[in-house]
Design a protein around this ligand. Structure first.
Ligand code: 6PG
Length: 463
């Protein structure tokens, strides 16, 4: 299907860029392409249609397009994006649109949007999720920025996006400014939290229950057919069952040190900046830091942990509860950033875009979209009746798993932090009265009284 006859510029043909370009070409979008790296350019030339117009550099690419231009950047987030925008700018004109499809920090997007707006150029920050396969066959696309610029490029992007089961493309403008990149950052933060929870379930099954990888794979495959299914659970079954050349589990040959590119950290930093509790995301980042301290762990390690008696059904419930709670923290984070920056993000639209194509895709997203849609304005998602039912079903299992695991010495930060967040959020009174007493005692920081207005200071000498 051809969605546009106007060529789209694309800069950056690494793995994600090349696969998006192939996806665009499948949909009949004429491309003007540029990749600085010779080897990457050669590979993309071999795979893209012969009709692709190859530019020599960013300026040449802009000159080969006629105004109003649209140029998609698929370059590594950070300084490379600034460099490409600076190289393009002298060759662009008012009304042109730059689309940054990288995992860019929302603050950078806001800064660049303001800078290029002085030339009448619009920058759309586009979160692209789904990895290599998603880019090739249908990613989830989370856009933020100027509505008119979006209207121009939306038909093309909708055509290449994944579709939800009801046929709706998982591609939307989720708000103004840097909303798209912020939503993608939070998506990745939740991705960290859900993966960490799954890793904890693997540890408890493999080392706590002594299950072999085939049995664990069968458990994940069964979970994937139930209400807690989703892409990450589906690939957990594949990953755990994969064998090395010698027939043993490949996982047993993998160094237990997780890498990270920074989006989970950004989501955690945003939560800290905004004063929003997103402990499942932050704990998942810290768990990667613990994994990275491998030498220290080797030196400090004690005897192997003993076996534990945990029901697989409780583990499934624990993962379902921890996943739902991580999503709710992520949505609270998006809502706080939106309140600060005025993007007008609709959480229903976010949940709907995450239904297919992205790493977080799961049937839970349909349930979240419905629950958010039914919530009165300003109500916390934890009061949504359908979500309360889901938590009532799953929290007892999470409590039993968390208690058994920590008693036996297994670290389960994703599971316990999700539970503590939930339990704190539903307490009418938390012990911050006590904290206020301590603060006022040592630093005269003052406190509020429940029975009188204003700020107060007291003599906390104990009598
Ligand atoms: C996606 C992924 C993608 C990438 C992560 C990996 O939505 O397609 O989230 O963006 O896999 O950035 O992040 P880490 O390397 O930090 O785990």
């Amino acid at each position: 299907m051809t969605v546009t006859s106007s060529p789209l510029g694309i800069i950056g043909l690494g793995t994600m860029g090349r696969n998006l370009a192939l996806n665009l070409a499948d949909h009949g979008v004429p491309l003007v392409a540029w990749e600085r790296d010779g080897a990457l350019a050669a590979r993309a030339r071999a795979e893209l249609p012969a009709a692709t117009d190859w530019a020599q550099d960013a300026g040449d690419l802009a000159r080969r397009l006629s105004a109003p231009r649209a140029v998609l950047l698929m370059v590594t987030a950070g300084a490379a994006v600034d460099a490409v925008i600076e190289a393009l700018r002298p060759h662009l004109s008012a009304g042109d649109v730059i689309i940054d499809g990288g995992n860019t920090d929302a603050a950078d997007t806001a800064r660049r949007q303001a800078a290029v707006a002085t030339d009448g150029i619009r920058l759309i920050g586009l979160g692209v999720s789904g990895g290599e396969e998603g880019a090739r066959h249908g990613p989830a696309l989370m856009a933020g920025g100027d509505p008119d610029a979006w209207a121009r490029i939306a038909p093309t992007l909708r055509a290449i996006a994944a579709c939800a089961a009801d046929g709706t493309p998982c591609c939307d403008r989720l708000g103004g400014g840097a909303a798209g990149h912020f939503v993608k950052t939070v998506h990745n933060g939740i991705e960290y939290a859900v993966m960490q929870a799954l890793a904890e379930s693997y540890d408890l099954m493999r080392h706590g229950r002594g299950m072999d990888v085939d049995a664990i794979g069968a458990v994940y495959a069964a979970w994937n057919r139930g209400p807690g299914g989703g892409y990450l659970v589906e690939i957990a079954a594949d990953v755990v069952r994969t064998r090395d050349g010698d027939g043993g589990p490949l996982l047993d040959k993998v160094v237990d040190r997780a890498g990270q590119k920074g989006t989970g950290r950004w989501a955690s930093l945003a939560a800290l900046d905004l004063g929003v509790a997103a402990p499942s995301i932050a704990e998942a980042v810290f768990a990667r830091a613990v994994s990275a301290a491998r030498d220290e762990r080797q030196a400090l390690s004690g005897p192997a942990l003993g076996s534990i008696d945990i029901a697989v059904a409780d583990l499934e419930a624990a993962i379902r509860a921890a996943t739902l709670l991580a999503f709710l923290q992520g949505f609270a984070l998006i809502s706080a950033a939106d309140a600060r920056d005025g993007w007008s993000v609709d959480p229903v639209a976010v949940a709907r875009v995450w239904r297919a194509g992205c790493i977080l895709r799961a049937p839970l997203l349909d349930r979240l979209a419905d629950a958010f849609g039914a919530l009165p304005a300003g109500a916390h998602p934890l009061c949504a009746p359908a979500l309360r039912v889901e938590l009532a079903e799953t929290l007892p299992g999470l409590r039993r798993v968390a208690a058994t695991a920590i008693t036996a010495g297994y670290a389960v930060p994703a599971l316990t932090s999700a539970l503590s967040w939930h339990d704190g959020m539903i307490r009418r009174r938390v012990p911050a009265d006590f904290l206020q007493g301590l603060r006022d005692r040592f630093g005269a920081h003052t406190f509020e009284r429940i029975d009188a207005p204003g700020s107060h200071h007291a003599d906390w000498s104990g009598s």
